[in-house]
Design a protein around this ligand. Structure first.
Ligand code: EPU
Length: 417
């Protein structure tokens, strides 16, 4: 298992490019199942989750190639409509194939994703919505067995604005007969990217980005060529690296529209943030100011940036609070940060952080993707050499983060072991 060694204390400066968005490209790849033929997606990040999705689609009979940030997926010869446990257990987003398989083939057999480190993460709303469209769903042997004749549009109200649920239902409804209305839909920018993708395929979706999405089903969709949006969470993480190291970084190609709340919170830490088109410059000098955050569905503060902000708060001036409202167990980084000298008290979904003068290096362990990013940020300022183990989590969602940080001046190396 690879690990990172980070020698803290370097001020980061220079320019860095944001890669394509993991949480946008995975649904787009699943959506390729909606059309017969070869679709091509550009700006694809080189990530383990993307390779897992390629394997999953190949396993069904898709002809795939992934080269130089472009994936091509030809679904003409699909042999089976199945997502097996071995792949689904390594990546929960595999469940996104359920909606498109059902809509195009009238059947799907998809392993039920289990819980994961950050929470139980049920998919009851995905299944409820598909049933509202006319699917018959049985859960046996750890699998979802879903069948239907042609799906029929309906009104679906989600109890909570689930991102994956909204995506699965949008894909299913795109080929359903008639109109589907999703109420209390998730509003994340990745939902908008998926709607744009499906519309370019010939779909008729409006309202994506609001809480009411209207989908008029069509008979058939066409394969297309598309460029996926950039990753707002990677962009936010790189900006946070600028803040924590008192740096001056130009983060290029940010999806700025979906980042306002994160940029505002980083400004509140004392950072000077300037936006020029898709480029965001962060300049930090002076103490980091304590801020309070509460994670919420978009357009609120994203849970996927919570851990990174906590790293900043460990050395901030004063007391900050972080309230995590999306996942029930997303404070796994707290105990690792404490090992580096952070003063954090957790009670339920609330963490209280008292900023300390400095962090000390320690061997720490990554537990999930964003917790790992938090530890990298902490390592960038800790005194001494921080060893971060289990960085395979980072490889799921950050493309070559060590190279990007190194080019900005960080002393970070990957050790293969
Ligand atoms: N939920 C239910 N029932 C459902 C679906 C969701 O109770 O049927 C609950 C979940 O348990 C959770 C909340 O609703 O407490 C939100 O879950 P959501 O479905 O919105 O999350 P997701 O689709 O599973 C995506 C991202 C996550 C990101 C969340 C929230 C992808 C592939 N994953 O997950 O990304 O944290 O939305 O924004 O898009 C990450 O990148 O590190 C990551 C975990």
């Amino acid at each position: 298992m690879d690990k990172f060694i980070i020698f803290g204390g370097e001020r980061l400066t220079g320019e860095v490019q944001v890669s394509g968005a993991k949480n946008a490209v995975l649904p787009l790849m699943a959506a390729c199942l909606l059309a017969r033929g070869q679709s091509i997606i550009h700006h694809v990040p080189a990530l383990r989750d993307v390779r897992t999705m390629v394997r999953l689609l190949e396993d069904m009979g898709t002809k795939a190639s992934l080269e130089d940030h472009t994936v091509s997926l030809d679904t003409s010869m699909l042999e089976k409509q199945e997502a097996a446990y071995d792949l689904v257990r390594t990546m929960r987003a595999s469940v996104l194939v359920l909606g498109p398989l059902l809509a195009r083939y009238g059947r799907a057999r998809v392993s039920l994703p289990g819980g994961c480190a950050i929470g139980a993460r049920p998919i009851n709303l995905h299944l409820m919505g598909l049933e509202r469209l006319g699917a018959k769903i049985e859960l046996t042997g750890g699998y979802i067995h879903a069948t239907c004749d042609r799906l029929v549009g309906n009104n679906i109200r989600l109890d909570m604005p689930t991102v994956g649920g909204t995506e699965n239902l949008m894909m299913a409804a795109a080929l359903a007969k008639g109109r589907t209305i999703i109420e209390n839909a998730a509003r994340e920018p990745e939902i908008v990217d998926l709607a744009n993708f499906i519309n370019q395929m010939g779909g008729v979706i409006s309202g994506a980005g609001t809480d009411l999405i209207v989908i008029d089903g069509v008979e058939e969709l066409q394969p297309i060529e598309y460029t996926v949006m950039s990753d707002r969470i990677e962009a936010g993480t790189l900006l946070a690296a600028g803040v924590i190291t008192q740096g001056d970084i130009l983060v290029k190609n940010c999806p700025v529209e979906g980042m306002h709340v994160v940029l505002d919170k980083l400004r509140a830490t004392g950072a000077d943030i300037t936006v020029n088109g898709k480029d965001v410059r962060v300049q930090m000098s002076g103490p980091i100011q304590a801020i309070d955050i509460r994670t919420q569905p978009h357009p609120g503060f994203p849970t996927d940036m919570q851990a990174q902000v906590m790293a900043l708060m460990t050395i901030a001036n004063g007391r900050s609070t972080i309230s995590e409202t999306i996942f029930e167990n997303r404070f796994m980084h707290v105990s690792e940060l404490r090992r580096m000298g952070a003063d954090i008290i957790c009670e339920g979904s609330m963490a209280v952080i008292r900023g300390c003068d400095f962090l000390q290096s320690a061997p720490v362990m990554a537990t999930d993707l964003r917790a790992s990013a938090c530890l990298v940020l902490a390592g960038l300022v800790a005194q001494g050499a921080t060893e971060i183990r289990r960085i395979y989590h980072l490889d799921r969602g950050y493309e070559k983060i060590e190279n990007k940080l190194e080019e900005l001046g960080a002393k970070i190396k990957r050790v293969h072991s």
